[in-house]
Design a protein around this ligand. Structure first.
Ligand code: ADP
Ligand code: MG
Length: 266
């Protein structure tokens, strides 16, 4: 299949009308290849979540066009092309860990045995095989987020949409989960659009980092990270990694001589 995983062409999104209208996205175009990992980074309010929601058919553009694997976003959603994970894990507290991971499969008619096999495989992948019978509130925040990631992969999505999924986690847990995410993506060959505030996180995970600016939300730069497919922990001490971090930082701040435009770079 030659269609891009994501094709965003001339997309704008305006909220409200009249003098109070907010242009969240203005003429944004982006193409993501199948299996590619792309991060969106930029100041708060620059339209990252809006763009992700448009790609996921959770919202409609005011102008322009969104395609996923050559279909409309709606067709892609109906075909279960997506896996979605947001900052809040969104687990159902009354369902066990396994039942949470099985939920999308149950909703779409996968039989009991198939659901269970898939859920157990994914829980194994995220290191939670021993917690299948636990309930979400018996797990730490990092473990809950791992369950949410397993759930996002339940239907073997060809496109994963993640909005700051590690935003609420401590640095060590966060790095461990980044490593796990890279490994699972390599195994499943899913394309990923990943929203983050963190430059090191974007560089560690991504093939390309899309840099956005606010008011109106636009893409100002796309940094080719160019670190290849091997993403072990050693990468974090690699010269190429530091160099890419600097390139993204400069793209965010609009060049070395402009120190800051109030961009969040934590
Ligand atoms: P980011 O995720 O980059 O922080 P968002 O995409 O959430 O930014 O928001 C971009 C802009 O659009 C912000 O100014 C925000 O207030 C506005 N916005 C987002 N969603 C809505 C909505 N449902 N109604 C009105 N304004 C919205
Ligand atoms: Mg957001």
């Amino acid at each position: 299949m030659n269609a891009p995983a994501v094709l965003v062409e001339g997309v704008s999104r305006v909220f409200g009308t009249g003098p109070g209208a907010v242009t969240a996205l203005d003429d944004v175009s982006l193409r993501v290849a199948p299996g590619e990992f792309v991060s969106l980074i930029g100041p708060s309010g620059c339209g990252k979540s809006t763009l992700l929601r448009l790609i996921g058919d959770l919202d409609q553009p005011s102008d322009g066009r969104v395609e996923v694997f050559g279909r409309s976003a709606e067709q892609a959603r109906l075909a279960h092309d997506y896996g979605i994970a947001f900052q809040q894990s969104g687990l159902l507290p009354w369902r066990t860990v396994r039942a949470n991971v099985e939920l999308p499969l149950a909703l779409h008619g996968t039989g009991r045995k198939g659901r269970r096999e898939r859920a157990d495989h994914l829980l194994d992948l995220v290191g939670l095989a021993d917690f299948a019978e636990h309930f979400p509130d018996q797990l730490s925040g990092g473990m809950q987020q791992r369950v949410a990631i397993a759930r996002a992969f339940a239907e073997e999505p060809s496109l994963l949409l993640m909005d700051e999924p590690f935003g609420a986690l401590d640095e060590m847990t966060r790095e461990r989960l980044q490593g796990e995410l890279v490994r699972i993506c390599a195994e499943t060959r899913a394309a990923v659009v990943f929203v983050t505030h963190s430059i090191p996180e974007a560089v560690f995970l991504s093939d390309r980092v899309v840099v956005m600016s606010a008011r109106p939300g636009r893409i100002t730069d796309i940094v080719d990270v160019g670190l290849g497919g091997e993403r072990g922990e050693g990468l974090r001490e690699d010269a190429g990694y530091y160099e890419a971090v600097i390139r993204v930082r400069e793209a965010l701040h609009g060049g070395a001589e402009v120190p800051s435009r109030g961009v969040e770079t934590r």
